[in-house]
Design a protein around this ligand. Sequence first.
Ligand code: G6P
Length: 614
Amino acid sequence: MCGIIGYIGKSEAPANLLKGLKKLEYRGYDSAGMAVFDNGRLAVAKTSGKVSALAEKVRAEWPGERFARPPVGIAHTRWATHGSPTSLNAHPHLDASGGIALVHNGIIENYRALRARLEAKGHGFLSETDTEILARLIGEFYSGDIFDAVCGALHQVEGTFGIAVLCAQEPDRIIVARRGSPIVIGVGVDGECVAASDASVLVEHTQRVIYLDDNDAAIVRADGVEIRDLDNVPVTRAVVGLDMAPSAAEKGRFAHFMHKEIHEQPEALANAIRGRLDFTRATAVLSGMGTSPRELSELERVVMVGCGTSLHAGMVGEYAFEDLADIHAEVQQAAEFRYRNPILDRRAFVVAISQSGETADTLAAVREAQQKGAFVMSLCNVVGSTIARETGRGVYLHAGPEISVASTKAFTSQVVVLLMMALKLGRGRRLSREDGLALARAIDGVPALVSRVLEADPAIAAVAERFVEGEHAFYIGRGLMHPVALEGALKLKEISYIHAEGYHAAELKHGPIALLAPGVPVVAVACDVPGKDKTLGNIEECRARGARILGVVTEGDADTIACMDSVLTVPPAHPLVATIPAVVALQLFAYHVARLRGCPIDQPRNLAKSVTVE
Ligand code: G6P
């Protein structure tokens, strides 16, 4: 979604801002812009479309060494919410004087009321955005101190914001603030400070960062940072290490981040598993869960919350918790969670699943669960993310930065961590040592299983060639393979724009089968795990209507292979871990279909990597 960067330091601001915007591209956006200090005033460049278009504009309009010192500026990639993705609506937006520029992530919910008040004072607006209203409001509050003006305006705002503000009168500082939308500040090294909505932007400048908490604001200068709350009271926030290599954001030998990340899965999974399996006690060691054996045994329900791919991981977790830990488990779409007034108490174990740790709906679900006294933990990939920090206890995936919008290695890492959590919970309850050990060994073997699937990459690419045409596809599966079908369909639709829907295989005949016509692809996830025989029956129902069946099947399962028109084979596996190789095969399939269709795989239209608005 929208991305923010602010730079103040020693080398030219536009070049640094453009470099930062490039890094933010993966989040998904549809326009971009920047404002820089220029001889006593602010210069603004904005464009619809890509950062490369903005770079061209900057080169053309601001040639040479035109910018005065100190080099300072703010920039933004916008994912349209209020108003279409035009250059007028792109950020930064200016106050009425043109001397204050604002970039903003989030949504100002009371923007209509604020707009009416400003209109009554004679303000006109150039854009359709809620952000321009905030820029004007800051201008209204300005009387010589930009920090005070920002805080004054933010006191009037309902909704969410991560902002960066630049003021022509005070070019030695950038003001940043957050509520519900992340801001992280790279602490000054060699007279240079960078603030951003995403730590991956900072890694090139520093490894020492400060994450702002909600309702924090900061004055960022080239030589340091001052943090206060919105009432101007100083607050202290820890400086933490980033532990992120600059090269993590490079594609290396791959044409797309998605392909690279699919291939990183053996390593990502090994990182997620490392040191967390105890074969002697046949359990998992997940100290971040922060639960004593007694607390674990008193839990009565597991409630997972998440969105998108993370929701699908939770669906696999549901099976694992019920099967291994004999505990009622459910997964809920995070966006609905707080509105349905969930029944929770301290015996409910709420697990927030989020790769980014910033998804607004998942964060809101966490807060609701905490409010109701539930035992809340998180399963995040991004270290220091808001959900990870607010839950306090949790397990990190350690999958490394996931840049491609379509999530791959985070999903498989989420599943493997959920399996370990279920193993731990199970061993504290009724799971036998023997069954626990069998699962621990199976989990330990997951990276090798995935490597085997990746060896089939060229074969999967060849199969994909037969599915490049066509506008619809159905994915079906039962039991544990149902979430696999949903995730496989999600991958295909996200990146290839083929309309793909996942269904429980038995549900097909209650409606969707009406859409089956000769030649329509049905991807049947029919690995050799319990429920397969029933899936085979459902496949016959599709075949009888002329559908083209692509099976995800277990190597050597000749009878099942014979039921398919084409196959993606995966190695045999313990039923609970079999979801992982099956998903990896479908990730590769979706990737190759999209590649052959010439789609912009890493940044699909309209999608965002982390959805920070409700
Ligand atoms: C967006 C992304 C998806 C992701 C979902 C949840 O929609 O495009 O890939 O699964 O958000 O994100 P999270 O970071 O909470 O896992």
